[in-house]
Ligand binder design. Structure first.
Ligand SMILES: [Zn+2]
Length: 53
């Protein structure tokens, strides 16, 4: 069941930019993604980036 709660997305955007990086091809996916949109791999890892001011 994918996480699509808008409140969680807003919190993530407020504090940090949260993305998922594919370990297979290195593509950047949305935080709501469960699998890579490029190679369709489920081997994703979280990546947190600070928001530039
Ligand atoms: Zn991939």
């Amino acid at each position: 069941m994918p996480i699509r709660d808008p409140a969680l997305i807003q919190i993530a955007q407020r504090r940090r930019i949260v993305v998922k990086i594919c370990r297979e091809c290195g593509a950047r996916n949305a935080a709501t993604a469960e699998k890579c949109r490029r190679c369709r791999s489920y081997n994703l890892r979280w990546k947190r980036r600070e928001i530039k001011r």
